[in-house]
Design a protein around this ligand. Structure first.
Ligand SMILES: [Zn+2]
Ligand SMILES: [Zn+2]
Length: 247
C-alpha cells in the first residue's frame, strides 16, 4: 500500500501545511483518512479532486473534518450532475456535525453514506481496518490498516494509552501524532510529545516512525525530533505535505 500525506499540521493549518489528511492506496482503491482544513487543495494537487473511494474520520474535531464540508459542493454540484454517495466511516455524530457545519438547514446525507465507527475489525475496499478508542477528550479512533501482509497504524489524536500500543504492534509504519513539546507541563489525556510517540513506537516494535500533527506556531520540529530520537532507534522523520511512502 501507499501512503500520501496531504496535510499534517496539528490543531490548525500551519504556514507550510493544511491540517490532517492522509491518502492510503492499494489495488487502485483510495481511502482518505481525515479531511482537515486546507487538505482539499492538497487532494487536487497530489491525487485528484475525485480520488477518494471512501473516507474515514478518526474524530470530529474541526482540524480533522472541515474539508469534508467543503467537499459537499464538489460532489453535489458537479457540472455533469451529482456524484454517488461516498462511504464515510466516522463517529456516530458525524452526519449531524457535518450537516450543521454546511448550514442551509439541510443534510449532507445525499453526498455521504455514513457508517458509525465502533471498536473492531472490518473491511474497507481491499483494506482490513481495525479501529479502537484512544485517549482524547472526544470519541476518537486510532486506526490500523492492513493489506497484503503489510500494516500502517495511525494514532489519530491521543495521549499515551494501551489501545494505541495494541494498534501499533509490529506495524511496518507508525504514523503518530507528536503535538506537544517534551519538558513542559502539558495537559493530560489529550496529545503525545515526541518522546511519548517514540516510546510507543519502541514498545510496539514498529518498523518506521513518522511523526505528524506538530503545531508549528507553538513548537519546534528540531526539539520534537531530538526528543523522539532519544526513545526510538529505528527510522524516524517528521512528515510533509506531498510526501509519499510505499509500505
Ligand atoms: Zn487534531
Ligand atoms: Zn483532536
Amino acid at each position: 500500500m501507499r501512503l500520501t500525506v496531504l496535510g499534517c499540521a496539528g490543531s490548525f493549518p500551519g504556514p507550510e501545511s493544511p491540517c490532517s489528511a492522509y491518502l492510503v492506496e492499494a489495488d487502485g482503491f483510495r481511502l482518505l483518512v481525515d479531511f482537515g482544513p486546507g487538505s482539499l487543495s492538497s487532494l487536487q494537487r497530489y491525487a485528484g479532486l475525485h480520488a477518494p473511494d471512501a473516507i474515514l474520520l478518526t474524530h470530529l474535531h474541526c482540524d480533522h473534518i472541515l474539508d469534508a464540508v467543503s467537499y459537499v459542493v464538489v460532489r453535489r454540484y458537479a457540472p455533469d450532475g451529482p456524484y454517488p454517495a461516498l462511504p464515510v466511516y466516522a463517529p456516530g455524530g458525524a452526519p449531524d456535525r457535518l450537516s450543521a457545519a454546511y448550514g442551509d438547514d439541510g443534510t449532507v446525507e445525499d453526498v455521504y453514506q455514513f457508517y458509525a465507527l465502533q471498536p473492531g475489525t472490518f473491511p474497507i475496499g481491499p483494506f482490513t481496518v481495525t479501529v479502537d478508542r484512544v485517549n482524547h477528550p472526544v470519541e476518537t479512533y486510532g486506526v490500523r490498516l492492513e493489506h497484503d501482509g503489510r500494516s500502517l497504524c495511525y494514532s489519530a489524536d491521543t495521549a499515551p494509552c494501551d489501545a494505541l500500543l495494541r494498534l501499533a504492534q509490529n506495524a511496518d509504519v507508525f504514523l503518530c501524532e507528536a503535538s506537544y513539546l517534551d519538558g513542559v507541563d502539558n495537559p493530560p489525556d489529550l496529545h503525545l510529545t515526541g518522546r511519548e510517540a517514540a516510546e510507543t513506537a519502541t514498545k510496539a516494535e514498529v518498523g518506521r516512525l513518522l511523526l505528524t500533527h506538530l503545531v508549528a506556531a507553538w513548537g519546534s520540529e528540531a526539539h520534537t525530533l531530538e526528543s523522539a530520537a532519544g526513545a526510538y532507534t529505528g527510522p524516524l522523520e517528521v512528515v510533509r505535505p506531498g510526501a509519499s511512502y510505499d509500505i
